[in-house]
Design a protein around this ligand. Structure first.
Ligand code: FES
Length: 464
């Protein structure tokens, strides 16, 4: 929102602080300005789930309307302005391209079918594309709650605290908000003994999706999907919100919305499982992984020479549904060991192929994943995946203590690389008229391997 024309982050601004001042939200912008921003974001693919986009649009609109704006779209200035925001999907670059495309983009094509199909393949769940997503109408469950719904939030003891409003429910839960911690993310597993050409250890990694985990249900009805316009990189597939909304609505005889805060998701939601492994140049090796259903199969799909050993370790739940979980780690390790040549195409279990070349200020990607359907959308997801891979290898981790308790609890805690620190990412889509398949996961694995090699294959992630 804009407060007297200055951008402020509304989720941390109490109403009393803006008393008597002029507040402008997205819906208060001039309709022509809103449309122009929607066209700019659609032209570049700068919005995917769309959860972060309305706030960014308002900040950009305020920046352009500011007294010191000289009419030249200064990309560095826009990148710095994004420090107050977090976009997990796009990897920033297409957002900055939208900043530059403002007022120059064509009207949005009314046939969004191919774009929607490509977005759904890349997000692995139903995903809308278009101006309404950019302008905050993505259809998230928390935005469509029936009036008069009771609110349920996790009570921290495995149950639900209820109230008439989110604040009342949170008061019943009586939880103290968590903070970030200075404690480092320590990989919990040791590399198996062996004579290895490369070794790697990783810690838990938070998927860090932004859209809250929410579902509502009327008595006897079907719960609203928490996946409304974002797959959360696979993390919400195991969400407990829909089942809880259904059973609480039936129990109380009225509509109930279940709201799982981001902090609760960080405490109890699925993480990328930590690994510790060693591999040889002939493609053989051993990979220890925190016990995770489906992870051994995921690794075997790309690295049949790696013997997987699952280990029980206290910690948050893990999931093989998270983007390329297990098999990307295997590709990284095998590339470091010399079993896969740098630049060699990574073939995903879906059959997509990607290559990546990484240096200190640029990531160059090629992707072949069947008919592109919509190159803007495909490029957007590939850039987002490249950013996520770079960020994971160089910077991300989650502090978990020996008892398995998560200590990094704010969205700023996970080490997600910011816009000003992200290398330029180029994507070449290789012509292919085959059946379209997900391409961004192959890009994620290829960029992760190339980034690790670029950093000299240090045995612990993140590399710094
Ligand atoms: Fe920015 Fe999803 S589009 S968080």
């Amino acid at each position: 929102m804009l407060v007297d024309g200055q951008a402020r982050v509304s989720c941390v601004t109490p109403a009393r602080r803006v008393s008597g001042r002029t507040v402008t939200t997205l819906d208060g912008l001039d309709p022509e300005v809103r449309t122009a921003w929607a066209e700019a974001f659609c032209a570049t693919g700068g919005s995917q789930c769309g959860f972060c986009t309305p706030g960014i649009v308002v900040r950009f609109a305020g920046l352009r309307a500011g007294a010191d704006y000289a009419g030249i779209p200064d990309r560095d200035r826009a990148a710095r302005a994004l420090h107050a925001h977090l976009c997990r999907c796009t990897g920033w670059q297409t957002v900055l391209e939208a900043w530059e495309a403002y007022g120059l983009a064509p009207p949005v094509d009314s046939d969004r079918g191919p774009a929607t199909r490509r977005a759904t393949l890349e997000g692995r769940t139903s995903q809308a594309v278009g101006p309404e997503v950019v302008l905050g109408r993505g259809g998230f469950a928390a935005d469509t709650v029936p009036e008069g719904s009771l609110v349920a939030v996790p009570d921290g003891r495995g149950g639900w605290a209820m109230g008439d409003t989110p604040a009342a429910a949170r008061q019943v839960a009586g939880k103290v908000p968590g903070r970030r911690t200075p404690a480092a993310a320590i990989p919990p597993l040791d590399v198996p003994d062996g004579d290895w050409d490369a070794e790697i250890r990783t810690s838990w990694v938070e998927p860090a999706y932004l859209e809250t985990d929410a579902s509502w249900c009327v008595p006897g009805g079907e719960p609203a999907s928490p996946l409304a316009n974002g797959g959360a990189f696979g993390a919400k597939l195991g969400s407990e919100a829909p089942a809880a909304a259904r059973s609480l609505a039936d129990e109380h005889g009225c509509p109930v919305v279940v709201l799982v805060s981001r902090e609760d998701s960080v405490r109890t939601g699925a993480k990328r499982p930590p690994v510790a492994g060693g591999a040889r140049a002939d493609g053989t090796g051993r990979l220890r992984v925190v016990r995770t259903p489906g992870i051994a199969e995921a690794v075997a799909a790309v690295a049949p020479g790696l013997k997987v050993e699952e280990v029980d370790v206290p910690g948050p739940p893990t999931s093989a549904n998270l983007r390329a979980a297990g098999w990307a780690e295997a590709v990284v390790l095998l590339t470091g060991a010399g079993a896969m040549a740098p630049g060699q195409p990574v073939v995903s279990p879906d059959g997509a192929e990607a290559t990546a070349v990484v240096d200190h200020d640029a990531i160059r990607v090629t992707v072949r994943c069947g008919e592109p359907l919509d190159e803007v959308v495909l490029r957007s997801y590939c850039i987002g995946a490249a950013h996520m891979a770079w960020s994971w290898i160089t910077s991300e981790g989650l502090s978990v203590d020996d008892d398995g308790v998560v200590h990094d609890l704010t969205v700023r805690s996970f080490g997600i690389v910011r816009a000003t620190e992200t290398p330029t990412i180029t994507v070449e889509v290789v012509a292919d008229d085959g059946l379209p398949v997900n391409g961004s996961d192959a890009v994620f694995a290829a960029v992760a391997a190339a980034t690790w090699c670029h950093r000299g294959c240090p045995p612990e992630l993140p590399t710094g």
